[in-house]
Every structure is written in C-alpha cells, then in structure tokens.
Design a protein around this ligand. Sequence first.
Ligand code: MG
Ligand code: MG
Length: 259
Amino acid sequence: MIFYKTDDEIELLRLSNQLVAKTHGEIAKLIKPGVSTIKLDKVAEEFIRDNGGIPGFLNYGGFPNTLCISINEHVVHGLPSIRELKDGDIVSVDCGVLLNGYYGDSAYTYGVGDITHQDQQLLRITKESLYKGIENAIVGKRLGDVSYAIQEHVTRAGYSIVREMVGHGIGQKLHEDPQVPNYGKRGRGIKLLNGLVIAIEPMINMGAREIVQLEDGWTMATKDNKKSAHFEHTVAIHNGKADILSSFEFIEEVLNKNS
Ligand code: MG
Ligand code: MG
C-alpha cells in the first residue's frame, strides 16, 4: 500500500533529507587515501545525533552501522571497518536519517584520489542516470517511465543494472511501497501522483549484472569483481513536478574546492 504524503509531510521529509545531505558534506571532507571507513561511520553518527536525528540504518534489520560503505566491486550494504580507502578506489556512501518521525535516504559514489578514466565514466553515467529517472518523476508519467529512463541511459553506455535491489517509497518507514526498479518499460506501472515520495537509486555494474552476498552477511558485491556505482536521491512528486528532497550540493561544494 502506498502512503501519499501531504505538503506538511513533504516538508518534514525535506528536513530529514537535508540532514542526510549535510552529513554527506561532512563525509566528503574526509574521503581520501588512508581514511578508514569506520572513521567515516563514526563522524556520520555523531553529526546526525548532534543535529537531533537518529541514524536511519543503524539496527535496521540488524544493520550494525550508520553508513553503508561499499568499495569498488561492492555494490551496496558494505560494512564500515578498519579498511582504509586507497588511491584509485571508488566508494559508495549511503546514508539514512530518521528525524521527526520521517526518513531521509541518499547515496553518492566518490573517486578516491586519482581514479581511471573508465571509473570516472562509470560514476558519471550512473549519476546522470539518476537524474534521467528524476526527470520522469512527474505527474502524467508512470513509474515505468522512471525505470526505463535509467535503464536506457546506462545500457547505452554498455553497463548492466542490478535487479535484485531497487529503489523504494519512503516516509515514516525507510522502505515503503512502491518498489522502484532501475529497469522497466515505458508507460507501465503505477501513475505518478502528487504526494508520492520515492528513493531512486541506480546500482550500476561495469561488467555483468550478477551479484553475490559476501560472508559478512551484508555486503553485496559483483560476481565478476568488476566495479559498481550507486547514486540515490529521495524525490517527492509535488505540484506536478519532481522535487528532490535530498541534495548533493554539500558534497559537490567540497569536491569543487578540492579540484
Ligand atoms: Mg540509501
Ligand atoms: Mg534507499
């Protein structure tokens, strides 16, 4: 069952997602060779709590941390650890927050130090595909139009789409209906109506689409060990249009300063 949100609820979801966005900005400052992923996790947890929020993923289904941190061939749900980021890695950081009873959810994949041209392209195409999906998250379209737009953009570049995991509705629960696949058919699926709030999150593999779960019981990785990228925004359909409630602006401020 889909819970359509009122304007007031959309503003609460915006606050939650803005806290996620600012947390990402704090993490962005620390992404460099030599930083351990558990350090990123601790900084995120402290920042979220200092701002009155609760880490949205911590204890969710038993997840032990604040951030999902997935390096290189890891797709999603990677566990923070003493592992240090290395020059040339790509790393997906997924952050969720619960604030005032509503969830925020957003992910960004970074290059660490100097990454190959190939990896830069994977990140660029995956991020672009997220925005292609968002362009279609408007009244008058259907959910399949969002999925199709993502699929079209990434398959054209020769990449493959993870199918086992998908985007989702979001609100008072982290995962609500509907599911938002990153592949699909134009004109199919539910009609997009005002008040629908969804997390759109393409998970895109450089090689084959197959994934496996690692022995830690959480991390999903590509079966062929090729790299994978993940970008996510929480988006409301609001006044007919796509209203992006999360934001990469704090991340990109940091990245632009460093470049
Ligand atoms: Mg997420
Ligand atoms: Mg999500």
